[in-house]
Design a protein around this ligand. Structure first.
Ligand code: NAI
Ligand code: MG
Length: 503
């Protein structure tokens, strides 16, 4: 099988090889924390060769609505690794989110956010928390495909793909293996979204079998997030889709008390981007008091990603030692714990002095113990038989009695295609609807072959697409306003569509 490495030749990288990195200094506190971080990397012998890129506020305000210069794309494509300080997105309309642009253009499919509690040095209720959230980054509701279809109704398409699920789930297990993690938890809502979240869950169960040494379990996202918030110590690696991951990533960082401490990675097949999770903190910019820890932890992730796990550990352990010694930036000051409030650069100096030391109380960083080698195979599409068995036709109709539109559609028999049912917002309203069901102007009308009957998984007879088109012509000629259609398929004899509630 042909393999794509998500890492730059991880096995061959030695800890003193030059790593070229596209570096964005960002806005607000960005330049201050980037200086501190690069100084620590240099002192640790990380051998990073930074190449500056222009992105962010100034680029936006110069009239570039994407916030990134063309030359920056060239630098990124040459270096493949990005270290990015936070940027300020100017207020007002027309500015596109730079993070979304980078993520989508570069195919950064995995958003990885380790969230650790550093009690008692950082205030938290969850001393033992050490969770890594692996969030799918490219699809789901974030595909951004939205339409207003009628006066009453707007929709957003939730797209989940098999290749997308395979990549992210495998990445989560490979990550666990590479960094000595013990358990991967999948979070979905497949009791409701049986096809979309069901696919994610099924792929999780399939791939989990390939990693018997790693414990795996699944939770429904609502109770899962509640449990994460109540007992984060029970979680190790969590893998989930885009929207759920967005939400639980913030829950996790918030309860760990480490919004200013956590780094994150956006991993793609060819390019990877590392950044702090906080923003550009304009309120404290220029005051030399910003905490560089978030960006530094992102840089530690960068180093382990390229295989420099030893140097990553050295830096992380020096950082942990500095926290233990009580040298803290103002944002993490605690009366009993902090020995001295230090500036951004003094904090960096302390870390540099501590290179080579290991923490006495906080858990030691030991990234070098894992194999650090993450390989994601390319997707192979399996052959399946796809059979058209009907069509859902969505009609804009301003009446409110389902029996009127139902009886009218029911009298239509076009080339042996016949109305099976009508739903409004997913609830069956014809035939035999409940009169309490509220109806909008958005009617989903299911048409199938007149002779279809349900036999096990096989539901409807095959129809041909010409009949589907003829049916639409007929409906149009009879005065119905079609707003969209959705073909009904079976794949290898399995229904590829949900039934209406009450169907
Ligand atoms: P923020 O994270 O910049 O600030 C929230 C609060 O945390 C502020 O009080 C700030 O002073 C403090 N804070 C944040 N990082 C800190 C650090 N390293 N050390 C000490 N204190 C720190 O969030 P906010 O205020 O909502 O956003 C400010 C700007 O940042 C906005 O323009 C926003 O669009 C942008 N932003 C950029 C991100 C990125 O580039 N990845 C991510 C989030 C926000
Ligand atoms: Mg978010």
């Amino acid at each position: 099988m042909e393999n794509i490495k998500t890492q730059q030749e991880p096995k061959k990288v030695t800890n003193n090889e030059v790593t070229k990195v596209a570096v964005a200094y960002g806005d607000g506190i960005g330049p201050e924390i980037m200086d501190a971080t690069l100084r620590i990397l240099e002192a640790a012998g990380a051998n990073i060769q930074p190449e500056k890129i222009e992105i962010g506020e100034q680029v936006y305000l110069s009239g570039n609505s994407a916030g990134i210069e063309k030359s920056a794309w060239e630098t990124i494509n040459r270096n493949k690794i990005i270290l990015k300080a936070p940027i300020t997105t100017p207020q007002g309309k027309g500015y596109k989110s730079l993070n979304v642009t980078l993520r989508k253009s570069l195919g950064l499919f995995a958003n990885v956010r380790p969230v650790t509690a550093y009690a008692p040095y950082v205030d938290t209720n969850f001393a033992g928390m050490d969770v890594v959230i692996v969030r799918e980054n490219e699809e789901d509701l974030y595909a951004g495909i939205e339409h207003q279809q009628t006066q009453d109704v707007v929709q957003c398409l939730k797209l989940i793909t098999r290749p997308g699920c395979e990549k992210i789930v495998r990445y989560a297990f490979e990550y666990a293996k590479a960094y000595g993690r013990k358990k991967v938890t999948c979070m979905v809502k497949d009791n409701i979204m049986k096809l979309t979240d069901g696919l994610f869950h099924n792929v999780f169960k399939e791939i989990a079998l390939e990693y018997p040494e790693i414990e795996s379990n699944s939770q429904i996202i609502d109770i899962g997030s509640a449990r994460l918030a109540a007992n984060p110590e029970n979680y190790d690696v969590i893998v989930t889709s885009n929207l759920y991951g967005d939400i639980i990533s913030d829950i996790a960082a918030e309860i760990a008390g480490s919004l200013g401490m956590a780094g994150s990675a956006n991993i793609g097949t060819n390019v990877a981007m590392f950044e702090a999770i906080h923003g550009s903190a304009p309120d404290i910019a220029g005051q030399k008091i910003a905490n560089p820890s978030g960006l530094l932890n992102a840089a530690v992730m960068l180093l382990s990603h390229v295989g420099k796990t030893k140097i990553a550990d050295t830096i992380k352990n020096a950082w942990l030692t500095t926290l233990e010694e009580g040298y803290h930036t103002a944002d993490v000051f605690q009366e009993e714990i902090t020995k001295e409030i230090v500036s951004t650069s003094e904090f960096a100096n302390r870390i540099i002095e501590n290179l080579g030391k290991v923490p006495k109380k906080l858990p030691l960083s030991n990234l070098a113990s894992g194999n650090g080698n993450i390989v994601i195979p390319t997707y192979k599409r399996k052959k399946q038989k796809q059979v058209l068995v009907g069509v859902d036709i969505f009609i804009n109709w301003k009446g409110n009695n389902p029996n009127i539109i139902g009886d009218a559609l029911n009298s239509i028999n076009s080339f042996k295609m016949k109305l099976k049912m009508i739903t409004n917002r997913g609830v069956k309203v014809y035939p035999d609807g409940m009169k309490e069901t509220y109806c909008t102007d958005h009617w989903r009308c299911r048409f199938v072959d007149v002779n279809s009957k349900i036999e096990g998984q096989k539901i409807y007879n095959q129809v041909d697409f010409e009949k589907v088109i003829a049916l639409q012509s007929k409906l149009h000629n009879e005065g119905f306003e079609i707003i969209k259609t959705e073909n009904l398929y079976e794949f290898d004899g399995k229904r590829g569509f949900s039934l209406g509630q009450g169907e």
